[in-house]
Design a binder for this molecule. Sequence first.
Ligand code: NAD
Length: 243
Amino acid sequence: MNKVCVVTGGTRGIGLATVIAFAKAGYQVVLYGSRKESVEKALSDLKEQNLEAEGKWTDLTDEAAVMKDFEEIKSQYGSLDVVICNAGISDSTPFTDYSVDLFKKVMDLNVVAPYVCAHAAAGIMKEQRNGVILITSSMVAKNGQPSGVAYPVSKFAVNGMVTSLARELGPFGIRVNAAAPGITMTDMVKALPEAMINPMIHAIPLRRIGLPEDIANAFLFLASDQASYITGAILPVDGAMAV
Ligand code: NAD
């Protein structure tokens, strides 16, 4: 039977590249997006590449709904092997213009959603005595960033979740790790002018912006048996960019 992998934020960018990598590697993939339309668009893009996945647009902060989904996935496909909590939003609002609502919005998707997904997955994986939980962190969880405070706060929190859950869930055969991308060529970065991109490339020792596939490959490795003794790791996938 195929291994089963859930990817949140799987409709574009890093998440979609991860969906493609896991589907190509033979996983049964269930992808999540924020809206029915974007999920259906991702599924039809996959179909054009002869790849299959199931799509969902459940509110990732609704624990009862996510729990129900994961139970259904387990009974439909036989197991829940890998859950990749990747959906996230960034922001660059200056601190003096920040609102509590904006802070909570970023924390909801970047921290509460991975917490909910990890919590829902852990119950099932504990019974299986086997499973992998992966979260997308960021290089900003080294030194923060000069505006948009909730984003680095959320990614420092993700790192705390990963290192803590690795310790708590390890005895049940569950591994918990993160990939921490640097600047990655998603739609947002593609839209930037060359004048902004070139200095960024200069600050990256590997002299290129990361590709979504670079992060997908890191997840594929962290999910695999080749990483069976790796847990609690925050794996930088950033070309050693210094920020
Ligand atoms: P993206 O904006 O291209 O994709 C975001 C995904 O999240 C989409 O699939 C979208 O449907 C989903 N999403 C957005 N809002 C949602 C909501 N409210 N509920 C459910 N799903 C929602 O983003 P990306 O650049 O691919 O980023 C993916 C992850 O990588 C994020 O956690 C981000 O913080 C992290 N990251 C990205 C970069 C980068 O340079 N792109 C760098 C470091 C970390």
